[in-house]
Design a protein around this ligand. Structure first.
Ligand SMILES: *[C@@H]1O[C@H](CO)[C@@H](O)[C@H](O)[C@H]1NC(C)=O
Ligand SMILES: *[C@@H]1O[C@H](CO)[C@@H](O)[C@H](O)[C@H]1NC(C)=O
Ligand SMILES: *[C@@H]1O[C@H](CO)[C@@H](O)[C@H](O)[C@H]1NC(C)=O
Ligand SMILES: *[C@@H]1O[C@H](CO)[C@@H](O)[C@H](O)[C@H]1NC(C)=O
Ligand SMILES: *[C@@H]1O[C@H](CO)[C@@H](O)[C@H](O)[C@H]1NC(C)=O
Ligand SMILES: *[C@@H]1O[C@H](CO)[C@@H](O)[C@H](O)[C@H]1NC(C)=O
Length: 383
């Protein structure tokens, strides 16, 4: 479906040209918050299948604009490590301090116990920023789980966002090189090296074999903040493994081995896929829900490493995921937006709306897994 893929990407490029970033959804009332930045990976994927130079040329100025949005102003934070080296990383920060227009009643009710006006506005910003992250909602963003009023997404440097921006830097370098713009390519390769260092210094926890989100002491972020070990969020989330998706990390064989062992021991790997977290909070981006894009990025990362063992773990996760999607489909006649990773064939729940069917990313990930691993005739298809 190369034409469809290109058409979707063209729509996203239009949003950047018009607003400076890919909106949280293509609707007027989403103009004050972004979507996690994944467009560069989409352009890269289409180019690698089609060699479409016209798309590359059209997308590059938009990607540079999107990069600037993420890597400047309120999204940019400097952390000074123990050796006094400064690292720049990025955070979610919605430009919105009112109830989300699409969930106004719910948000007003959630804020009803907050009487101080500026604290109320702050809470609304945290709600919108959580939506911007894609993980709406999760204990990952709460100071005091499962109390939703303690959402503090803008006070966190998220591992996955920074992995996506590293990927953006590598993709822009690659696409610029393809067009013969060596200067831009070199600039972004350099930026990617700096971010790789930053991800290692700020997020990487060698004892756990995971990358951990980092809590900011001062969310105004006007001054560099000194890195402190105690500010790492030691809780286990699927996002702690997302850097594996990036070639700079999955091409490192000993690193992959360490992270893979950590994943196997983490408690996230269940009968029907990878759980989002270990906390059953009733929110949708928590246990026992599993989401297609998280399975996909982790499986792609393990599957592209040189380690045979990692590739077989990747296939094992993919098989569990395909099974639960297939059995759920046979039972209900639809694909689902999220699945219960504890029970093969069951879709997920929680959060503030009825579980959705359809569903674009679930369809896409099942097709990608089948294309990658196939389905041997002697492999059982049921749970
Ligand atoms: C990091 O930033 C601080 C504050 O701007 C500055 O004083 C310090 O010299 C910087 N460190 C390095 C190694 O450049
Ligand atoms: C939304 O963003 C626009 C500019 O993009 C800005 O003018 C407006 O003040 C923002 N609204 C809120 C509530 O922050
Ligand atoms: C507001 O506070 C009351 C009393 O503590 C509590 O019962 C209620 O659940 C709270 N409402 C919300 C939306 O948190
Ligand atoms: C409201 O909260 C802000 C921030 O916590 C605080 O600075 C301010 O004094 C509070 N206002 C009132 C009226 O209590
Ligand atoms: C860019 O680099 C490639 C090789 O890396 C080289 O062949 C090409 O001539 C360079 N282009 C320019 C404009 O310098
Ligand atoms: C930053 O926050 C952590 C944990 O909340 C605290 O232990 C530490 O003392 C704080 N550091 C500074 C410099 O305020």
């Amino acid at each position: 479906m190369h034409e469809t893929a290109k058409a979707i990407v063209t729509n996203l490029i239009y949003l950047i040209e018009e607003y400076g970033y890919v909106l949280n959804g293509a609707r007027a009332y989403y103009t004050n918050r972004s979507q996690p930045p994944l467009l560069s990976a989409m352009v890269h994927a289409i180019y690698s299948r089609t060699g479409d130079m016209q798309l590359v040329r059209k997308s590059l100025p938009a990607l540079l604009k999107e990069y600037h949005f993420w890597n400047s102003g309120i999204h940019k934070v400097t952390i000074q490590d123990a050796q006094s080296c400064n690292h720049t990383l990025n955070r979610y920060y919605a430009m919105w301090n009112k109830p989300r227009p699409e969930s106004s009643t719910i948000d007003t009710k959630s804020a009803s116990n907050i009487s101080n006006v500026s604290e109320k506005q702050h809470f609304y910003r945290e709600v919108a920023s959580s939506a911007e992250s894609g993980w709406d909602f999760s204990t990952r963003w709460m100071r005091n789980p499962p109390d939703l009023t303690t959402l503090a997404t803008t006070s966190i440097l998220p591992v996955d966002l920074n992995a996506y921006i590293l990927r953006m830097e590598l993709d822009i370098a690659f696409l610029a090189k393809v067009t013969g713009d060596n200067g831009t390519a070199e600039h972004f390769l350099k930026a990617s090296q700096a971010r790789k260092e930053a991800i290692k210094s700020v997020f990487w926890n060698a004892e756990m074999g995971q990358w951990l989100d980092y809590w900011l002491n001062d969310s105004t972020c006007q001054e560099p903040q000194t890195w402190e070990a105690c500010n790492r969020n030691q809780n286990v989330f699927a996002s702690n493994f997302i850097p594996l998706w990036i070639e700079s990390f999955h091409s490192d064989k000993s690193l992959v081995k360490k992270v893979m062992e950590s994943l196997k021991k983490s408690g996230l790997l269940r009968a029907a896929g990878i759980a989002t977290s270990l906390t059953d909070s009733g929110e949708q981006w928590d246990f026992p829900n599993g989401w297609a894009p998280l399975q996909h990025m982790i499986v792609e990362g393990l599957g592209r490493s040189e380690s045979k063992k990692a590739r077989s773990v990747a296939e094992d996760i993919a098989v569990r995921w395909i099974r639960t999607n297939y059995v759920g489909y046979k039972k209900t006649g639809t694909m689902h937006e999220k699945y219960d990773v504890e029970k093969c064939g069951e879709f997920g729940g929680g959060g503030e709306y009825a579980p959705q069917t359809g569903f674009g990313w679930s369809n896409g990930v099942v097709l990608a897994f089948l294309e990658e691993f196939g389905w041997p005739q002697d492999r059982k298809i049921g749970c």
